[in-house]
Design a protein around this ligand. Structure first.
Ligand SMILES: Nc1ncnc2c1ncn2[C@@H]1O[C@H](COP(=O)(O)OP(=O)(O)OP(=O)(O)O)[C@@H](O)[C@H]1O
Ligand code: SF4
Ligand SMILES: [Mg+2]
Length: 331
């Protein structure tokens, strides 16, 4: 059974002109022990999926789904209490722009120790609890590769480098030994060496501790080195889903192909500084969504039929949503 199983998730947002479908029948499964990538251009709805999973839904959002389960339990119908319990013990999220979420007036040590729930502190007497919390905090820092714990437990957020900040947030996310870590674009805006360090750390946690990871990013290059499966999203619709090596080798959807063609290191034949192949135009806003397949106005293969929304079809475990997939071309 998949840890997380989402089928036909639709999220509507109420605007001045009525309800807009920001997510349109999105499907995705996350299996235990895997690193799953969720990729798409900025504005494609990645963070909205994360918000739907964790239940951070304001009043002007409306959610429906054929299925949205955590270990077989329906997330949409369970009580708030049950959902909070899952979010506390099983699923942790590192939200976008996480460094901004740190309190500038408290040391890293204070913040990490405070985030450890009381019932996880193993101490018989109250005077032993502070010591026990500190030991747990030190262990967590070591787990994410921050070795000099004395220095960093005393440091304030403005005194640390980006890579330490990111590792520190991963340490906070590991406090309750979650089964699933959702990282929403954790490497955005980072310089390349910091990015590589964070990616390595997440891969190591997956390999050594069996941590399942949903890695959300607009950066295909960052993701391709570590994820085993990938879901590609365009403008709130799932366009393709399958094993990473299959999608890289033989994408079936024109959008996935355009994404891959835009990522230079996937195309070994390109000389340096070659212009990148990409689609014309930009992703539409929610107020101006095309009818049917939302890639239509930008798609080089679009035909009349594309004004109807394509169903999600599959060849074995490779899913795609396109009336004219690249599979029909001569190989
Ligand atoms: N609270 C909101 N109210 C209205 N529209 C919203 C809201 N949150 C998101 N949107 C819209 O929903 C769409 C998807 O947004 P989302 O933040 O999920 O994109 P994303 O894929 O995470 O992009 P990025 O890579 O930039 O983080 C965008 O068009 C965005 O403007
Ligand atoms: S359904 Fe049509 S418009 Fe959409 S990706 Fe396929 S060919 Fe292009
Ligand atoms: Mg986002």
């Amino acid at each position: 059974m998949a840890l997380l199983d989402i089928k036909n998730l639709t999220l509507e947002i109420e605007g001045s002109n009525g309800w807009m479908k920001a997510l349109d029948k999105v499907s995705m499964r996350v299996e235990e022990g895997e690193i799953r990538a969720l990729v798409g251009e900025s504005g494609s709805g990645k963070s909205l999926i994360v918000r739907s999973i964790v239940g951070a839904i304001p009043e002007n959002f409306r959610i429906t789904a054929d299925r949205m389960t955590w270990k077989g339990k329906d997330l949409l119908t369970m009580s708030d209490m049950e959902r909070r319990l899952i979010m506390r013990s099983d699923i942790t999220v590192i939200f976008q722009n996480p460094l901004l979420s740190l309190d500038p007036c408290a040391t890293l040590g204070e913040q990490l120790m405070e985030s450890i729930p009381g019932d996880l502190v193993k101490a018989q007497w109250f005077w032993q609890r502070a010591k026990s919390r500190r030991q747990m905090a030190i262990k967590l820092l070591h787990k994410v590769g921050i070795k000099d714990h004395r220095k960093y437990l005393k440091a304030y957020p403005h005194q640390i480098a980006d890579d330490i900040g990111q590792k520190f947030l991963i340490a906070c996310a590991l406090v309750s030994s979650p089964k699933l870590l959702i990282a929403d674009d954790p490497t955005r805006g980072m310089e390349i060496t910091t990015k590589i360090q964070v990616l390595k750390l997440l891969s190591r946690l997956n390999e050594t501790r069996g941590l399942t990871i949903l890695f959300v990013s607009h950066d295909l290059l960052a993701i391709s080195s570590m994820a085993s499966r990938m879901t590609v999203l365009y403008c709130g619709q799932t366009v393709e889903d399958g094993k990473m090596h299959q999608l890289r080798k033989r994408p079936l959807h024109p959008y996935t192909k355009a994404l891959l063609d835009s990522a230079p290191s996937f195309r070994k034949d390109l000389p340096p500084k070659s212009p990148l192949a990409a689609l014309d135009g930009t992703i539409p806003t929610l107020q101006h969504l095309p009818i049917g397949c939302r890639l239509g106005p930008r798609c080089p293969r679009a035909q009349k039929e594309c004004v109807k929304t394509p169903e999600l079809r599959h060849v074995q475990d490779h899913f795609y949503s396109c009336h004219f997939p690249l599979i029909r071309d001569k190989q």
